[in-house]
Design a protein around this ligand. Structure first.
Ligand code: SAH
Ligand code: SF4
Ligand code: F3S
Length: 465
């Protein structure tokens, strides 16, 4: 009955062998990656793609056609986890029809050994499991799988910065660039520090070299990525995040610099000054507030209070009239009273975010908050989320109205398939605008004037066009 392969522990082996590489090339095997979660995972999937291409795989158009299907998972909330399990389960039939199909699962969820073990048990047709720390070892892991083994490698302590992993980005004008990995903050609700390890920063030289290479390849916008970019360099580098912005700003041919996420406790005046001083740095900061209540912020271990947050927000907004802030907010954190929630609503009103990503608190095993008293029931969370979203929707409309008549340069990102000749793109401050255009304009810049606004978006037209 159990025709599935035996589990196999991986020793120290680095590269896929030439014989396997040429075998894969001649067989024309294809891969498909399904990515969940945040930009970190998107960026990791680009590295996975790069390694798979290097091994001799080519991209498949769909999951159904692929010879290798890889799920790059997220575990930040319960919902993300359930979806992954559901989608893996759904592949059982496909695997029975095509026993040669390789199914792999990686990413944050798999960095938790207990979850990885559960998954290996529950889905015997999964061939390969690996955590975030060993991403770079994919070629050797694959070799073991291709040799008929079932492989699981999670939670290794190998958390150095690995440079030189091949990478495959989709053609675009905009690219993600990691500046650091991991997180040291241990916000009491958050699983990320457990699945991404401690903070480690890439060297400024490696970052600037990557940005330069991207510009040479035709990219003009970079988003510098880290769980808390403001603590860049605190571990082992000679320069700070503010200084790094200055270095990246000097790359010739680069037009725009974005970064995310910023932790409010570390967004110091030198960063505000660097945003102002470096003309390529966009006038937008994603500044997750999580809650407007001092009591809850303390329980969340966020290390700033409402007043400090508001002060930082003010400093940023004072840089220019079109400076925009976006945020993340959690409702229903353990112990959140109606009064605490009212503080969140009032902060949202006071700051006037361009957009807010709002979440119901989700209990994550292993975090401090999971065992805090006074967990909030689902109905209350749902109801608070609804009220918060309704308020933010009003704020978004108000924010959009400010832009009637506004002009600026837009990087065109896409073509609205439903919109009949409509393209969309972003101003430097992250505001999205829709206007008439053709698909071949994607990746280019255009001057656009705002002529109207809808509930969630701005409508514009090409200047002089
Ligand atoms: N490092 C980034 C964000 C990481 S996770 C930062 O600190 O800004 C992205 C967002 O998910 C967080 O900002 C938070 O709002 C939300 N989040 C994290 N853990 C959560 C949990 N247990 N329940 C609900 N939302 C959560
Ligand atoms: Fe999670 Fe806090 Fe780290 Fe962000 S800063 S990843 S919310 S622990
Ligand atoms: Fe990102 Fe989810 Fe991991 S939010 S860091 S992919 S747990």
């Amino acid at each position: 009955m159990n025709s599935y392969k035996q589990d196999f522990r991986v020793e120290n082996m680095r590269q896929i062998s030439d014989s396997i590489r040429s075998r894969l090339r001649s067989e024309g095997r294809t891969y498909f990656i399904e990515t969940y979660g945040c930009q970190m995972n998107v960026r990791d999937s680009e590295s996975i793609s790069g390694m798979l291409l290097d091994c001799g795989f080519t991209p498949a158009n769909s999951k159904q056609e692929a010879d290798l299907i890889l799920f790059n998972t997220c575990c930040v909330r319960d919902h993300a986890e359930k979806r992954v399990f559901g989608n893996i389960g759904a592949l059982k039939e496909l695997k029975e029809q095509r026993p040669g199909l390789i199914i792999g699962v990686c990413g944050c969820m798999m960095q938790q050994t207990n979850v990885a073990n559960k998954l290996m048990k529950r889905f015997p047709f999964v061939d390969l499991v690996f955590g975030t720390n060993v991403l770079h070892r994919l070629p050797e892991l694959l070799e073991h799988v291709l040799n008929g083994n079932r492989v699981s490698l999670t939670n290794e302590d190998d958390i150095s910065v690995i440079e030189g992993i091949p990478s495959h980005r989709e053609p675009s004008a905009s690219a993600f660039v990691n500046i650091m990995y991991g997180c040291n903050n241990f916000c009491s609700y958050c699983i990320v520090p457990f699945v991404r390890g401690r903070e480690r920063s890439r060297s400024p030289e490696a970052i600037v070299d990557e940005v330069r290479a991207l510009v040479e390849a035709g990219y003009s916008e970079v988003t510098l990525l880290g769980q808390n970019v403001n603590s860049y360099g605190n571990d082992n580098q000679s320069i700070s995040f503010a200084e790094l912005l200055g270095r990246v700003n000097m790359v010739d041919g680069l037009k725009r610099i974005r970064f995310m996420s910023s932790h409010p406790k570390d967004l110091t005046d030198d960063v505000v000054e660097a945003i102002a001083a470096n003309e390529k740095v966009c006038p937008h900061v994603h500044l997750p507030v999580q809650s407007g209540s001092d009591r809850i912020l303390k329980l969340m271990n966020r290390k700033y209070n409402r007043e400090q947050y508001l002060k930082t927000a003010e400093k940023l907004k004072a840089l220019r009239p079109d400076f925009e802030l976006t945020t993340d907010i959690i409702v229903g954190f353990p112990g959140e009273t109606e009064e605490d929630f009212a503080d969140t609503l009032s902060l949202v009103k006071q700051v006037g975010f361009a957009a807010a990503f709002t979440f119901k608190y989700s209990r994550r095993q292993g975090t401090i908050a999971v065992s805090l008293p006074n967990q909030i029931d689902e109905a209350t969370k749902k109801e608070r989320l609804k009220r918060l979203n309704a308020l933010q929707a009003e704020m978004t409309v108000l924010n959009n109205r400010k832009y009637l008549g506004y002009s600026g340069e837009v990087l065109i990102e896409g073509f609205d398939a439903k919109g009949d000749g409509v393209v969309y793109g972003k101003y430097p401050n992250f505001k999205m605008v829709y206007f008439d255009g053709e698909p071949d304009m994607i990746g280019r810049y255009a001057d656009v004037t705002v002529t109207g606004c809808k509930k969630n978006s701005l409508i514009g037209e090409l200047k002089n066009g």
